[in-house]
Design a protein around this ligand. Structure first.
Ligand code: SAH
Length: 223
């Protein structure tokens, strides 16, 4: 998979995408992440990328041209499955969406700033809009990082144990069961005995029960 991220703040991705599992996915050649600085596509001498909103009102708007020039440059090289704009009013990210996106080959993600991007880019170039929750961030960078993380970990070969992602919460009907590691006794808090029993049938039953209970509580909290 190749992901191209269009942003005014490329530095924001450095730490995040170059650590741990996302780093390994790139080193293994499973994923290519390319960060593009939209300022490099500005056509004016001051490298402006935003301007006042037509009709007035507070806040600047990201101009269409730098974004579209960058999209055109990328699309001339390869075809993209989706051109995604990160937006609080987009389709809400969930595990089903992450599963679908993890099957794609090439994705563009556009990070907005200020009041957002010129609506004409959304109307004529963007194919999908994703929100990571019903709240407003200062920019789309964190949202693009969240979406990238959620989809890249699902690509075969990225996690060392692939079955791990399948048992995650939201992957099936049930939330994941609680997990414990050494020591058995941590400050007087003991690991559930069944997990130490070595009886895999019993352990599976216990995990299933725990998952059921957690899922019920989650459902009730949502209602
Ligand atoms: N005026 C806009 C918000 C702009 S916030 C509105 O009310 O809809 C600036 C940018 O941050 C947005 O263009 C978007 O790219 C990003 N952003 C903010 N909140 C987000 C969210 N919940 N999900 C995805 N992207 C978000």
């Amino acid at each position: 998979m190749r992901v191209d991220i269009l942003t005014l703040f490329p530095g924001m991705f450095e730490g995040f995408l170059n650590q741990s599992i996302l780093k390994r996915a790139q080193t293994k050649g499973i994923v290519e992440l390319h960060i593009h600085d939209l300022r490099n596509y500005s056509q004016d001498k001051h490298k402006n990328v935003d301007d006042y909103a037509f009709g007035g009102g507070a806040g600047m708007v990201m101009m269409a041209e730098p974004i579209v020039l960058c999209i055109e440059e990328l699309c001339a090289e390869r075809s993209y499955d989706e051109i995604i704009f990160m937006s609080p009013d987009g389709e809400l990210l969930n595990q089903a969406m992450a599963n679908q996106l993890s099957l794609k080959n090439n994705l563009i993600m556009i990070c907005g700033r200020y009041k957002g991007i010129d609506q004409r880019v959304r109307d004529h170039w963007v194919s999908m809009e994703i929100s990571i929750g019903e709240y407003v961030l200062t920019g789309g960078e964190l949202a693009a990082a969240v979406v990238s993380d959620a989809i890249i970990r699902l690509i075969p070969g990225v996690l060392s144990d692939e079955s791990s992602a399948l048992s995650d919460s939201f992957q099936g009907e049930l939330l994941d069961a609680p997990v414990y590691t050494r020591p058995e006794n941590f400050r007087g808090h003991i690991v559930p005995e069944v997990l130490l029993s070595g009886d895999h049938k019993k352990i599976d039953e216990w995990r299933y029960e725990q998952s059921l209970k957690k899922s019920e509580r989650h459902k009730q909290a949502e209602e």
